[in-house]
Design a protein around this ligand. Structure first.
Ligand code: UDP
Length: 236
């Protein structure tokens, strides 16, 4: 096994599947199966999930809602996804803990770093809901920060494209994929891998990122076993 402790970042939008809003139950089940498969390799696994399928803070301003209020609404959206994912994982027999960045004691425990690590050591899948708990951040930043805090070996950013390309492959047919990149190259070429806060956190703390296609069955465990899937971004 190449990685012993991983942090998987899933966007909220990925959960929509073919739908325009909300959660597609088929997609949710598919992800639960993929996560189960990788967990059964014996890896320690934490997950951060976004909320873009339900609500994003920037949307709020257009709707006349205060930005900070909107960000909290976005955080609650991630919590809804996290709860759905927790439930789906339990249905396939996984042991999980949901930890929230904001206090919602009736629903789940608050994020406490040492406790999160203890859960991981005991083989539980830890899901971090509600982002960092602060406005003006994203779940990409949450993924980077939590990964550093729990000393994960790598952040796996699951997307619907199979890596980082020279241009948007959905728009430009001549775009080619990078198999690896340095943080500096990615920055110089203005490649949009994560938002700058998240990206800088990873770079400054030497935390590698792998961008990969989460919708292709088996990709997640192949990465953990050391296959070159997706694009690896590292310090050198
Ligand atoms: N958010 C926040 N602080 C955080 C994490 C999230 O304010 O630490 C809010 C922010 O408004 C964001 C929304 O929650 O737009 C949903 O998260 P995100 O956009 O990262 O979800 P994704 O794009 O991954 O689906």
């Amino acid at each position: 096994m190449k990685y012993k402790r991983i942090l998987l970042k899933l966007s909220g939008e990925a959960l929509m599947g073919e739908k325009n809003y909300g959660i597609d139950s088929k997609r949710l089940e598919q992800y639960a199966q993929e996560i189960k498969r990788v967990k059964e390799l014996g890896v320690e696994l934490a997950i951060v999930i976004g909320g873009g399928n339900i609500f994003r803070g920037v949307q709020a301003e257009n709707a006349g809602i205060d930005r900070v209020q909107g960000d909290y609404m976005g955080m609650l959206a991630t919590l809804i996804n996290a709860m759905a994912l927790q439930s789906a994982l339990e249905q396939v027999g996984m042991f999980t803990r949901l930890m929230s960045g904001i206090k919602v004691e009736s629903v789940c425990e608050p994020f406490i770093r040492r406790r999160a690590i203890r859960h991981l050591e005991k083989g539980r899948i830890v899901i971090f809901g509600a982002g960092i708990g602060n406005p003006y951040f994203t779940t990409d930043s949450t993924a980077a920060l939590r990964a550093i805090e729990i000393e994960a070996d790598v952040v796996l950013k699951g997307t619907r494209v199979d890596g980082v390309y020279t241009a948007d492959p959905e728009k430009d047919k001549t775009a080619t994929k990078y198999s690896s990149l340095s943080f500096q190259e990615a920055y110089a070429k203005n490649l949009n891998i994560m938002d700058m806060t998240a990206f800088t956190l990873c770079q400054e703390n030497n935390l590698p990122i792998i961008v990969f296609d989460m919708n292709k069955p088996g990709n997640l465990d192949k990465i953990v076993l050391g296959e070159d899937i997706g694009t690896l971004i590292t310090s050198n």
